[in-house]
Design a protein around this ligand. Structure first.
Ligand code: 5GP
Ligand code: MN
Ligand code: MN
Length: 323
């Protein structure tokens, strides 16, 4: 049960020392804030720990407590392996990316996540499928320690909730989410500032790459599937970074009548990253899983080897099976 999972996670964090805290590749707001929340908890417990990600964290999250201390493996390497690992917001082991090279052979893993597709790869698994964000689970976990909350930890948790619910708008915005958010505001979170910084603000490159993507917009004959793509050339022409693609997939998905919106990001001539969003009828986690990915019913993704045109046809054919 969830209660037992919380107890086991608490014991795991109390009993050992020298932890490695990791999240998924191309981290989103929930991945970053969950990493920081575990770091904050470990620092309160007086534990040694390192926070690590395969790549950089999005610039817009730099203001968060200790965000600059998440080691970016693409610029810094760690000198040794770690035995005690905490993985947050990672639906499967592959999602940790290259950080796994720093897991000791006898590593003990605590897997904290909210994806229904999570395969329980941890030694301990704290998985709550109906949590809006991994940050929601961390709210419960941290509460169990009886620590004094402040604006640092509250802002981290709020960030995960805000980003994974699309600004408290998606169907995962439960009464519990709203009540946690309300509590976090009393701990000193600046709600409007976080919405502005995390959701509203755009870079020029982001808007430029959006216009490129929208120029590729297509729709199926029945109007139920719509998609856009982005190429490495688009990215280079705009000077865009990966996190500049955040939110683009919502444009095809938001078209009236569309059930599934797709973004195809060409990585190179070998592979394409696919982002999927559903209006509710199609379980895109199942679609993504059939291509080796995963996610949630309404938001999922995968990476597929091959050429863009071929991949677009295959994904659309697979979505059509479920329409
Ligand atoms: P996004 O489209 O924003 O990259 O991802 C949407 C959701 O799908 C997120 O919850 C994310 O964790 C999940 N997701 C995206 N890509 C992958 C993938 O390659 N593998 C798995 N297992 N999940 C993914
Ligand atoms: Mn995530
Ligand atoms: Mn999440």
């Amino acid at each position: 049960t969830y209660e037992l999972g919380l107890q086991n996670a608490k014991a795991f964090l109390m009993e050992h020392d020298d932890y490695l805290v990791v999240s998924h590749v191309q981290p989103d707001g929930d991945a970053v804030s969950s990493t920081l929340a575990v770091g904050w908890l470990l620092s309160c417990l007086g534990k040694k720990f390192v926070m690590l990600n395969e790549g950089p964290i999005p610039d817009r999250m730099n203001f968060l407590w200790h965000a600059d201390q998440i080691v970016n493996l693409s610029v810094t390497s760690l000198g040794r392996t770690y035995k005690y690992i905490v993985c947050v917001d990672c639906a499967d082991f592959q999602r940790v990316g290259l950080t796994k090279q720093y897991f000791a052979e006898d590593a003990v893993i605590l897997n904290i996540d909210h994806h229904p597709t999570n395969d329980a790869y941890g030694t301990y698994n704290l998985i709550k499928e109906d949590a809006a964000a991994t940050a929601e689970i961390l709210y419960d976990l941290i509460h169990g320690f009886g620590l004094e909350w402040n604006a640092d930890i509250a802002s981290a948790i709020y960030t995960g909730l805000l980003t994974d619910t699309g600004g408290f708008r998606y169907s995962n915005t439960t009464p519990k989410v709203m009540s946690i958010a309300s509590q976090l505001l009393t701990y000193g979170v600046d709600g409007p500032k976080l919405s502005e910084t995390l959701l509203e603000e755009m870079t020029f490159a982001q808007l430029q790459v959006l216009t490129k993507a929208l120029s590729t917009l297509q729709m199926s004959d029945d109007g139920k599937i719509s998609w856009v793509y982005v190429t490495p050339e688009h990215m280079a022409e705009c000077g865009a970074k990966n996190d500049d693609l955040e939110g683009i997939v919502n444009y095809p998905r938001n078209i009236r009548g569309v059930e599934v919106g797709l973004l195809f990001k060409v990585i190179d001539d070998q592979a394409v990253k696919v982002s999927m969003r559903s209006a509710g009828k199609v379980d895109v986690a199942a679609v993504a899983q059939s291509f080796g990915g995963g996610g949630h019913v309404r938001a999922a993704g995968c990476r597929i080897e091959g050429q863009l045109d071929d991949i677009i046809s295959r994904v659309i054919a697979r979505v059509r099976e479920d329409l």
